[in-house]
Write a protein that binds this ligand. Structure first.
Ligand SMILES: Cc1cc2nc3c(=O)[nH]c(=O)nc-3n(C[C@H](O)[C@H](O)[C@H](O)COP(=O)(O)OP(=O)(O)OC[C@H]3O[C@@H](n4cnc5c(N)ncnc54)[C@H](O)[C@@H]3O)c2cc1C
Length: 461
């Protein structure tokens, strides 16, 4: 048999059949791009970095219309091909990394803003969050809570893999009732169905890492936009800085969008802001309504601090440089740029106990776990902090011990070093209604296989 005949007779893989069936779709076939589009920011964790090494999709596709998505889903279901949904891939837990090969479905081509009304907007899932604000700001509205990655992150990615962020000090996590109003999702079947889910039912797809439904559109609540003043206040003492941050966060007359506390030596890692952060200082980063500047300055002075950085909303708009990109896990990103030996934790403190807990834990792990805390409201509306502490990494065993000790101390750790949904923020077995949604929307168990503990992992045939 000649080589030519052998090639003609070679069995066609399921991926090749898929691509032959849907030639008009935007396929990404370059192996380097496929590798890049199979990854997210899981490299923040040395544990995930090791465990996800070499995990890569067989192909990536970027549909542009609902019809293209439907044809792709139908064909994948018929061929039993694993499907991993991706927004912009800024997730931290390998959420967009396929464990069993198959297709990465890049949603960024499906990105239209559908409408904006008073207090609410609707858009396709692949839209970038920054694009939503471009559409809502002229009408005086903004997103209620947005991750520090808002420039690149998508709406579907925030819903599928995010938690909240800037603005959560007012509105709590994205999952707090009222923040997400409804969604449209597609089932993964040979004959895909499109279903609208509202309220609590819609939230059953939230933070499930694209394992229990493909979200096509989201309807989200908006907040009135304010001109936000961006400041850094610095302090020589830990207690004074934390007390100021807590007082600012609580002050009911001061409208704010963000308050973050960086204990020394965290500010030393923010090298792009070095001229505003005296070495060894403790710092508080905030976005407060411009009208509240005098009241805030009085609070800074009362705690013995100094304002070392001040930008008005107009300065921020002109420079396109915002302190929001130094908050939440952006703090970790900036720190990792100057010290590759760091990793991080995610900790929720007890409302009302948060100042004491932060102070005690910062002392206990001095030099090893460096305190960075973000103020927010809980699902019940109580003010507290979530920390994204920087950890000087030594071994995986030591990291696990630190996590255990924090839990024994009485604070909640949302483990960022796992790619199993139940072991992360979910903190255990999923509620029955979430599992029921999985059965309804993904009966063939093709969505992001390996990320839910009790569901089978079948590799691409
Ligand atoms: C430097 C840095 C800072 C960060 N700061 C924050 C922060 O402040 N707050 C925060 O919450 N997170 C933060 N994150 C995590 C992440 O950036 C956000 O959660 C972001 O919203 C994810 O959006 P994405 O488009 O990149 O999603 P991706 O990473 O592409 O996807 C996230 C998950 O959602 C699923 N998904 C995506 N689209 C859909 C869809 N249409 N239907 C169903 N499932 C879907 C994916 O399968 C995946 O499991 C940060 C990450 C980094 C690296």
């Amino acid at each position: 048999m000649t080589e030519e005949i052998a090639a003609v007779n070679a069995p066609v893989s399921a991926i090749e059949r898929l691509q032959l069936e849907l030639p008009e779709l935007d396929w990404i076939t370059d192996p380097n791009r496929i590798e890049r589009l199979s990854q997210d920011f899981s490299w923040f964790s040395p544990v995930l970095k090791r465990r996800l090494e070499g995990k890569v999709a067989d192909t990536v596709v970027r549909p542009r219309t609902e019809d293209e998505i439907r044809r792709l889903v139908a064909a994948c279901a018929k061929l039993k091909l694993p499907l991993t949904i991706r927004g912009s891939g800024t997730g931290n837990y390998g959420q967009t990394t396929p464990l069993a090969g198959g297709v990465v479905l890049d949603m960024t081509g499906y990105n239209a803003m559908l409408w904006v009304r008073p207090g609410v907007a609707r858009a396709q899932a692949g839209i970038r969050l920054a694009e939503i604000e471009k559409a809502t700001r002229p009408g005086g509205q903004e997103l209620r809570c947005l991750p520090s990655t808002y420039r690149s992150a998508t709406l579907g990615g925030l819903f599928g893999g995010g938690f909240g962020g800037v603005g959560s000090i007012n509105h709590g996590p994205l999952g707090a009732p009222g923040n997400v109003i409804g969604l449209k999702a597609m089932t993964i079947e040979p004959e895909p169905q499109v279903v609208e889910l509202r309220g609590a039912e819609a939230l059953r797809m939230h933070h499930l890492w694209g394992t229990n439904g493909l979200v096509l559109e989201l309807e989200i609540a908006l907040a009135p936009a304010q001109p936000w003043l961006e400041t850094l206040a610095t302090f020589t003492g830990f207690d004074a800085a934390l007390a100021f941050a807590d007082a600012l966060a609580r002050a009911p007359g001061l409208a704010k969008r963000e308050v973050a506390f960086f204990a020394s030596p965290v500010p030393d890692h923010l090298t792009q802001l070095a001229e505003h952060l005296p070495r060894g200082c403790h710092a508080v980063l905030s976005l407060v309504a411009e009208a509240g500047e005098e009241a805030m300055n009085e609070l800074v002075a009362a705690h013995g601090g100094s304002v070392t950085y001040r930008r008005t909303a107009e300065d921020v708009a002109k420079s396109n440089r915002t302190l929001m990109e130094y908050t939440w896990n952006h703090t970790t990103l900036h720190a990792l740029r100057v010290d590759k030996g760091l990793t991080y934790l995610q900790t929720s403190f007890t409302p009302g106990e948060h100042v004491r807990q932060i102070t005690e834990l910062a002392k206990r792990y001095e030099g090893e776990v460096l305190m960075h805390a973000e103020f927010l409201r809980t699902m019940d509306g109580l003010l507290t902090c979530s920390a994204l502490q920087l950890v000087r990494f030594s071994t995986e065993e030591r990291l696990a011990q630190i996590i255990r000790e924090h839990r024994d101390y009485g604070v909640r750790i949302n483990d960022p070093h796992t790619f199993i949904v139940e072991d992360g923020k979910a903190g255990g077995e999923l509620p029955e209604e979430v599992v029921a949604l999985k059965r309804r929307f993904d009966p063939l168990a093709l969505l992001n296989p390996g990320k839910l503990r009790h569901w089978p992992v079948r590799s691409a045939p």
